[in-house]
Ligand binder design. Structure first.
Ligand SMILES: NC(=O)C1=CN([C@@H]2O[C@H](COP(=O)(O)OP(=O)(O)OC[C@H]3O[C@@H](n4cnc5c(N)ncnc54)[C@H](OP(=O)(O)O)[C@@H]3O)[C@@H](O)[C@H]2O)C=CC1
Ligand SMILES: Nc1nc2c(ncn2[C@@H]2O[C@H](COP(=O)(O)O)[C@@H](O)[C@H]2O)c(=O)[nH]1
Length: 327
């Protein structure tokens, strides 16, 4: 791989504007036959999403993926979403009990609309087998498989039947994979996304490393259909996770799914915990994201997300921040 770069190394180049107002720009995206307001999904992590947030997102036209760390709550959740006329989007792992769980869903005619296979090293026989198991027993469910970081992996998972793949190994804010193992896409996630997108014939979800709203547009430019975000969604009023107060300021916890806080033990730890400043309501952040993305589309010279996919860009190695912060 040559020419690797990450989000902070890239600037997109403006093209002539074709709208009179940014409000004319359409940020919607289609995934699995449904249209969502934004190409953004909060990470399927315990300090980012819970059932209440999932309902709220689905009711308001956003995509969501429920985490898999309270396995016993998944069937009641699927039933509850169906009773509300909302889509169900859950996560599974690859251990033996997950095979039984998929069978149970099939026997009970409880096919969720979306199933995400969520493991650290998704380029594996265990994920391929799980994709095939889901496709056999729940053929109507849209399967997202990951995480991966190479074109070979994208091709293999697509070939096994995945309807979308999730790209990103180690770029997350609470991720320590690259430090602990020496592997991953941390530090070059955007280039890895481009590499994978060239091989993909189905949607890609870029996962991890998004630090600003502009990074969403950059992900779309480099081939993402959707972007999964953890840290920017952590710390909201609605976010699960403990709130702590320090020097009169409120913070909320955000921990990795492979951290000892999630696992309850110090075994194969590849995640850490941090505290993020309290941010107000999730709704406000989603509205700001939409407005910023509408602006991105206008700079791309179009009216829809498609315009962003074709813009030129420059590589400005590690220089765009120039000491600047949004706030
Ligand atoms: N996106 C990312 O960069 C990363 C994300 N995570 C997140 O952490 C959570 C836990 O992930 P994970 O540990 O995979 O889930 P699990 O603990 O459910 O492990 C899934 C299965 O895969 C095996 N496994 C895990 N890692 C490897 C590996 N490197 N090589 C071979 N087998 C492996 C496990 O066995 P055993 O434990 O015995 O090895 C287990 O059987 C997930 O939510 C995942 O998304 C974790 C790390 C990186
Ligand atoms: N290596 C690890 N990656 C993790 C862990 N828990 C979650 N994740 C990944 O991070 C993203 C979110 O990234 P962010 O930069 O937006 O905060 C999430 O979707 C997972 O893919 C972990 O413990 N270790």
């Amino acid at each position: 791989m040559e020419n690797v770069f990450d989000y902070e190394d890239i600037q997109l180049i403006p093209a002539k504007c074709v709208v009179n107002s940014r409000s004319e720009c359409d940020t919607t995206v289609n995934l699995g036959g449904r249209t969502f307001k934004l190409p953004v999904v909060p990470a399927n992590m315990q300090t980012i999403i819970d059932e209440k947030i999932a309902i709220n997102l689905a009711e308001n036209g956003y995509f969501y993926i429920m985490h898999r760390f309270a396995p016993e709550k998944r069937i009641p959740f699927i039933k509850d979403m169906a009773s509300r006329g909302l889509f169900a989007s859950i996560s599974v792992g690859v251990k033996d009990e997950e095979y039984q769980f998929v069978q149970q869903l099939s026997d009970g005619q409880l096919a969720p609309e979306y199933i995400t296979i969520d493991i650290a090293h998704g380029h594996s026989d265990s994920v391929i087998k799980m994709i095939q198991h889901i496709k056999k027993h729940l053929p109507e469910s849209f399967v997202i498989a990951g995480n991966v970081g190479t074109p070979e992996a994208v091709r293999e998972l697509e070939h096994a039947g995945a309807d979308a793949t999730k790209v990103g190994i180690g770029p997350g804010k609470v991720c320590i994979t690259k430090i602990k193992t020496g592997f991953g896409t941390g530090g070059w996630q955007l280039a890895a996304l481009r590499w994978c997108a060239k091989a993909a014939s189905k949607p890609i979800i870029a996962d991890g490393g998004i630090r600003t709203h502009g990074d969403i547009a950059k992900s779309v430019r480099f081939g993402a259909t959707m972007v999964m975000i953890g840290s920017l969604f952590a710390g909201h009023e609605e976010s699960p996770g403990e709130t702590v107060e320090k020097d009169g300021k409120r913070y909320k916890e955000y921990f990795g799914s492979a951290s000892e806080f999630q696992k309850g033990e110090k075994k194969n730890v590849e995640g850490k915990k941090m505290f993020v400043e309290h941010k107000g309501s999730l709704k406000e952040t989603l509205i700001e994201m939409e407005q910023d993305l509408q602006s991105s589309i206008s700079y791309a010279g179009g009216e829809t997300l498609e315009a962003i996919r074709n813009v030129d860009y420059v590589v400005v190695k590690n220089s765009i921040f120039n000491g600047d912060k949004v706030y």
